[in-house]
Design a protein around this ligand. Structure first.
Ligand code: NAG
Ligand code: NAG
Length: 344
């Protein structure tokens, strides 16, 4: 029985079985106990552990730049996911991808898991509501929950399951029903030890009376930090007080939970869906760049925030995913140098 479980683990990990060698040497054991997923120095163990309880890095190490938002509405092929996740990990030193949008192709989340595992990336998975205020998210929820249970590697790459994007701001569900959905998903995933959150703006909570029931239900706080839309926005280099204002609201109401800026950036152009609320807000490539410089300059400030510091994602990997927010433009060229700090 044990032997067949080991063999199964070997097959799952994609290693050739090495039947005549010891399972794990003392040195490997020490190494793997020091290494945590998805740290930049993570070394893949020979065998997956039985569960993920000692698998993830301590949240207090997950501050500064952690990775990219990555829109999947294009239903990328497995090959493209592998190629771009390789770039995300090895070119930019990312630890995570945060999914955005939805692909309803059968088995798509298995492709995500495969590409993430191959490239040592954790995933902030997403139940996508879309913008039509319909019930399509219910089927997506069930498919994703089932995939998390069925794919044996899913619990080793899925750091958190998000409901999003901005269900409170968009008014998809009353906040008490959203909180109930979070609790149901947590119960569904408890045997897998996968936490659940909501991907949302401070304003989304604030305009629903604070939605404390949602804040209490979620395991981590996945914040949309989009200061370009503030009524007092100007240039990105002046945005720190705007960031602090929203962050402080979550510090005041979030009960010390781990926080991420998971949808976080500044656009290089405006578009019909990206319009400022301040006449002084500037959208151009230097300001998109400047916003990330600002976050780098405040690395120590973000590190010291309650809950183990704020980890931030760059929204978004490519302009082909969301116009103006990409690190890459639609020709596939980088719009500015991007080497954010991963620690400080
Ligand atoms: C979780 O939800 C999925 C989708 O509805 C379902 O297939 C699965 O049986 C549920 N598992 C548990 C443990 O509740
Ligand atoms: C993408 O960036 C490259 C390099 O800066 C530039 O030459 C090209 O014109 C850009 N493409 C678009 C569509 O803006």
């Amino acid at each position: 029985m044990l032997h067949s479980m080991l063999l199964l683990a070997v097959l799952l990990l994609g290693f050739q079985p090495m039947l005549s060698t010891p399972v794990i040497s003392e040195t490997d054991n020490e190494q793997s106990s020091r290494s945590c997923f998805p740290a930049l120095d993570f070394r893949k163990p020979l065998f997956l552990p039985n569960d993920n309880s000692h698998w993830w890095c301590d949240p207090s190490t997950e501050y500064a730049f952690v990775g990219f938002s990555y829109e999947v509405t294009a239903c990328q092929t497995r090959e493209q996911l592998h190629k771009e996740f390789y770039d995300i990990r090895h070119h930019f030193k990312s630890r995570y991808v945060r999914l955005y949008g939805a692909c309803d192709r059968e088995g798509f989340y298995d492709d995500i898991v495969d590409a993430a595992w191959a490239n040592t990336l954790g995933v902030h998975a997403l139940i996508w509501f879309g913008f039509n205020l319909d019930d399509i998210w219910i089927g997506r929820r069930d498919i994703l929950l089932a995939a998390l249970h069925t794919n044996p590697k899913a619990k080793f790459v899925t750091r958190v399951l998000q409901f999003g994007s901005e269900p409170l701001f968009d008014g998809v569900l009353p906040h008490d029903q959203l909180a109930e959905q979070v609790l149901l998903a947590k119960a569904n995933l408890s045997s897998l030890n996968i936490p659940v959150t909501v991907s949302e703006l401070a304003f989304g909570y604030q305009e629903r009376g604070g939605a404390q029931d949602v804040l209490d239900a979620i395991d981590s706080i996945n914040i949309h930090m989009l200061p370009f839309f503030a009524q007092d926005a100007s240039t990105a280099d002046q945005a720190w007080p705007l960031v602090q204002r929203d962050l402080q609201w979550f510090i005041d109401h979030g009960n010390g939970k781990k926080m991420y800026f998971d949808e976080n950036g500044w656009p290089s152009v405006t578009s019909p869906s990206v319009q400022p609320n301040s006449p002084l807000a500037v959208a151009d490539i230097p300001n998109e760049h400047e916003y990330y410089i600002l976050l780098d300059q405040h690395c120590e400030d973000l590190k010291s925030v309650v809950g183990g510091g704020v980890g931030w994602f760059a929204h978004i990997y490519s302009d082909s995913m969301e116009p103006g927010y990409g690190i890459y433009n639609i020709s596939g060229d980088m719009k500015f140098p991007f080497e954010p700090r991963t620690h400080c």
